[in-house]
Design a protein around this ligand. Structure first.
Ligand code: NAP
Ligand code: GLV
Length: 309
């Protein structure tokens, strides 16, 4: 049986080497060189084109190359009943925590203002509150959001977290569900979005949400571009409702050259690199699932298709 690899951003050569080192007899095929499609029983994918997976009649498992699975569930022809797994990985979690800490600290310590002062040759001290007085809110308290929230709390920030269901996290003020959103936002000066993209969360970063934040709040979106209503962000920045935003993800990637976010002085852009999928670490869980499938054992990191994450 064979694994089909399909991604336009991940290196097939690197993934092939890492996986063959762990599963030496693996028949690793790279789309579009599928060979006989009936022999393909697993697919390792990032943003597969709609219909691609439906064209694999022997498919027994779909492995996401990322933590998110929205790029798989977006396929209207996704084969029903085939388990979908996602990345849960310590290396990825560490990378995301570093990114979130860096951008929260950058805002907290007024780094951009000091950079502007330096450009003007200006020596002036700017006040900033103690970490314990800085209220950071993390939307999505799962593997990545939970780790980022804990790391922020360990640094002494006043951290709250927002999730779908009630969650117990010592040291983090917890909010959940529709009723929990507004009070969570009302107390959040720096908002980190680490939600999965689902029907319930698409467009959640909109005018209504920005209006519930204190004036001059800061947004860090490291989840998905489609969480954000782009025009609402531009309006919130223009009105001063938001002071700035760090964006790692975009509805249209790569971000088009003509996009108004590029020249915006209050927006920091990174090219979807907050937590890359490093095959040296992540290949282990893919290999584990290939072995489990061969042995007829339950797969790890399977997502709930009902919840969509
Ligand atoms: P996860 O472990 O599945 O956690 C998801 C969290 O979001 C959970 O706490 C969940 O609540 C909460 N949630 C889901 N739907 C919600 C809703 N409607 N309202 C409120 N909370 C909701 O996911 P993860 O591994 O932390 O990854 C999160 C996302 O990060 C991924 O889906 C992906 O889009 C993004 N990501 C981005 C990068 C990057 O480089 N920028 C890298 C990796 C991942 P419950 O706890 O109640 O289930
Ligand atoms: C990246 O965005 C991921 O979902 O892992």
């Amino acid at each position: 049986m064979a694994l089909l690899f399909r991604s336009d951003i991940d290196s097939p050569a690197w993934w092939g080497d890492e996986l063959r080192a762990l599963v030496p007899d693996l028949d690793f095929r790279v789309w579009p060189d599928t060979g006989a499609v009936a022999e393909i029983d697993t697919a390792l994918v990032w943003r597969p084109e709609p219909g691609l997976l439906a064209g694999l009649p022997g498919l027994k498992a779909i492995f996401s190359l990322g933590a998110g699975v929205d790029h798989i569930f977006a396929d209207p022809d996704l084969p029903v009943g085939v388990p979908v797994t996602r990345v849960v990985d310590a290396d990825m979690t560490g990378r995301m925590t570093e990114y979130v800490l860096f951008h929260v600290l950058r805002r907290h310590l007024r780094h951009d203002e000091y950079r502007d002062q330096q450009a003007r040759g200006e020596w002036r001290e700017l006040a900033h509150p103690a970490a314990a007085e800085r209220r950071v809110g993390v939307m999505g308290l799962g593997v990545l959001g939970g780790a980022a929230a804990r790391a922020l709390a360990d640094l002494g920030f006043d951290v709250a977290g927002y999730s779908r269901r009630a969650r117990d996290m010592p040291g983090i003020d917890r909010f959940h569900g529709a009723d929990g959103l507004e009070p969570f936002l009302n107390r959040t000066e720096i908002l980190v979005c680490l939600l999965p993209l689902t029907a319930a969360t698409a467009g959640i970063l909109d005018e209504r949400l920005f209006d519930a934040l204190p004036d001059g709040a800061w947004l860090i979106n490291v989840a998905r571009g489609n969480h954000l209503v782009e025009d609402d962000l531009l309006a919130a920045l223009a009105s001063g409702r938001l002071a700035g935003a760090t964006l790692d993800v975009f509805a249209d990637e790569p971000l088009p050259a003509s996009h108004p976010f590029w020249p915006h002085p209050a927006i920091t852009i990174t090219p979807h690199i907050a937590a890359i999928s490093d095959p040296r670490s992540i290949a282990k869980q893919v290999a584990e699932n290939i072995t489990r499938l061969r042995d007829g054992r339950a797969l790890i990191n399977v997502v709930d298709p009902g919840a969509g994450y």
